[in-house]
Ligand binder design. Sequence first.
Ligand code: 5CA
Ligand code: ZN
Length: 413
Amino acid sequence: MRSWPTVAIPPVDPKFSLPKLTLKDTLSGTKKALPTKNLYRMYVCGITPYDATHLGHAATYLTFDLINRYLRATGAEVRYVQNITDIDDPLLERATRDGINWEDLAHSQIELFRGDMVNLHVLPPESYIGAVEAIPLVTEAIEVLQAKNTVYPVESDLYFSVRSDSEFGTRSHYSQVEMSEIFSERGGDPDRVGKKDVLDCLVWLAARPGEPSWPSPFGAGRPGWHIECSAIALAYLKPDPEEDFAIDIQGGGSDLIFPHHEMGASQVAIMTGKPYARTYVHAGMVGLDGEKMSKSKGNLIFVSNLIVTGVEPMAIRLALLSAAYGKDRMWTDAVLEEAKARLHRLQSALSRNEVAPTQECVALIIASLADNLDTVRAIKAIDAWIEQTESGLTGGSSGELSRAIDTFLGIAI
Ligand code: 5CA
Ligand code: ZN
């Protein structure tokens, strides 16, 4: 699938040293520093294209954009892969409900998403891969799992046996009861007769009447959800046999911690013989009116709609960065109004002939982001600099600060 055009990032002045990036890891529950490397492998779960791009999606992709930007600023290469779940039950259900062709629905939403990412200055993934185009990779991955005796049939469908991974369930920290509940809420089928374990997940769904299907060594059908991401991640990130982990960063929103990322980690552990990710990073859920923003609840605010009504994309970006990425939070008009006001004050401060000293502010932005992407602290440093400039302090370089805000926060003034 075509990715979106890249965004230029200003280089970092070598006088600023970049500490190691520390990120909260869901598996260990602690902050972990990423080792210094020349190449990082990052996989982030992409959209299911039937209702894109709402502010929750945007917040999640901005989180990983900050990681991408920081690691690149260290001089490293970031091999970044993102998928598109362009065939799945919810997409087919929505297309049927609205009386439209499922492929047309997916294409229109992917196009919207690309435009939103460009407007929000999100760096594109190196590989942006749809589930449909990845079907040959998925069938190969299922064959690898089959060769390790971890797949079995239920009627004409194929299931992955979660107990074949001794670590299953240890990454997401839920009890057995919680796992069963969340599994059925998030597309799982704990009650399917014939499964060996209630949590075993579908890897290949045999063709159903009236539904799209593709040929495979297991008969016509379509991929299960979790294997889609594991297969795409391995094929495009190409783990290094010398490394201890298949990839460096596995990401998405916290709604994917279980079952999606637990299943994926188990499948990759079986396929590669090593732990999936060095760090599992999850963005908190963005909600509206007291509830998580989700397609099923229909309480969505779309990036494209805000932009159409004249809201500057950089104000949306700043608004989404104004709270800690890992915490659940509510979107309100006040959050957006505050970001608009801050953006305008920043623009006018940066356009003065004389500005307050900037070096310390840039160093603070860098240190804050290195500390688990602490955008709240970074924005506080910017606010303090605006106040100093407004109060008449001089001696700084507005170019130096605006470049750093662009490089690290992706806010182009
Ligand atoms: N296609 C799958 C992942 S393989 C999927 O979850 N698609 S999605 O369209 O539902 O979500 C796309 C991304 O946005 C995922 O990383 C998901 O965790 C994240 N996301 C969804 N809703 C929210 C929300 N309300 N707040 C923050 N992130 C969200
Ligand atoms: Zn995924």
